[in-house]
Design a protein around this ligand. Structure first.
Ligand code: ADP
Ligand code: MG
Length: 293
């Protein structure tokens, strides 16, 4: 079992001309393999800052991040090993994939760098990973722009899985996607979480999917965790006025995940998996169901 501790983390951004900006104020939580925690809060509440500190794209001003009790190495092989264990799925799959490189290149890279499989098995492993995320293997020699948004996000997920991580940080992984395909991608993440016993930090502003896909919910407001607990408790019986306000702002006040919320800029919920995701490939055409283990 892998345990990631975010311990008393404070983050100040220095903003030229206007002094310091307190983005996180003494935030603590623990994520372990096999568990999904949803981190919810409005835009600007500090969610991505937590993701960036977890992946060491930013450094905490104070506090620490511990993986199985050990601080993250600042550089070199230790940092690479940490990043192999803790992988990130970004909000925008178009920005996170290099337009000049093929899908094969994107997935091969972590396989080579992390020496996941022997060289002569890299090709098979690329195909296995594509099948794992329900993509047809014929996307392998295409470039990102030739894929739909949902397919691109599946590639980003396959790339994250390539290093066989224990923990996945998913920062609003479906908010840039067409509403009709969000559920398909979230269901994929949930399947992978279960089958690979991943720990997932699911960052979202959508309370309905937070409730449906997570064991626990943590509510962040202006860099402070104002409420946390089992998902149903937080949603059905919120204790903090901010959580209640978030709940009341939702178009689906019961926050039952019906998969039928209307699309809105901040509150869109997923609908059923639609055709856009399957424009050139269909999960059903995947022949190999051998799974990932
Ligand atoms: P969220 O992901 O919840 O929308 P962020 O973590 O991106 O929030 O941002 C939290 C706060 O920190 C915001 O007020 C944002 O403007 C500020 N912030 C984020 N990154 C930087 C940065 N590099 N420099 C200065 N301020 C930043
Ligand atoms: Mg963000």
């Amino acid at each position: 079992m892998t345990t990631l501790e975010f311990k008393n983390v404070t983050k100040r951004y220095h903003v030229r001309g206007s002094g310091d900006m307190l983005a996180l104020d003494d935030v603590s939580f623990t994520l372990t393999s096999g568990q999904t925690i949803a981190l919810v809060g409005q835009s600007g509440s500090g969610k991505s800052t937590i993701a960036k500190i977890l992946t060491q794209l930013e450094r905490a001003t104070s506090g620490e991040v511990l993986l199985d009790g050990k601080p993250i190495p600042r550089m070199g092989r230790g940092l690479r090993a940490y990043r192999q264990q803790v992988r990130m799925v970004f909000q925008d799959p178009f920005a996170s994939l290099n337009p000049y490189h093929t899908i094969r290149h994107h997935i091969e890279r972590p396989l080579r760098l992390d020496h996941v499989v022997p060289k002569d098995q890299i090709n098979d492993e690329v195909f296995r990973l594509l099948e794992r995320v329900n993509l047809d293997t014929n996307v392998v020699d295409r470039r990102p722009h030739e894929l739909s948004g949902g397919q691109r996000q599946r590639v980003a997920i396959a790339r994250a899985l390539a290093s066989r991580p224990s923990l996945l940080i998913a920062d609003e992984p479906v908010s840039m996607l067409d509403v009709s395909i969000r559920l398909g991608v979230l269901n994929l993440l949930a399947d992978l979480q279960r089958e690979e016993n991943l720990g997932v930090l699911y960052i979202t502003h959508d309370l309905a999917t937070a409730r449906h896909f997570s064991d626990e919910i943590m509510v962040l407001n202006h860099g402070v965790v104002v409420e946390r607990g089992p998902a149903d408790d937080v949603i059905l019986n919120p204790q903090h006025p901010y959580t209640l306000a978030l709940r009341n702002a939702s178009p689906n006040p019961d926050l039952h995940f019906a998969g039928s919320e209307p699309a809105g800029p901040e509150t869109a919920g997923p609908e059923t998996a639609g055709p856009e995701d399957n424009k050139t490939t269909s999960p059903e055409t995947t022949t190999n169901q051998k799974g990932g283990n």
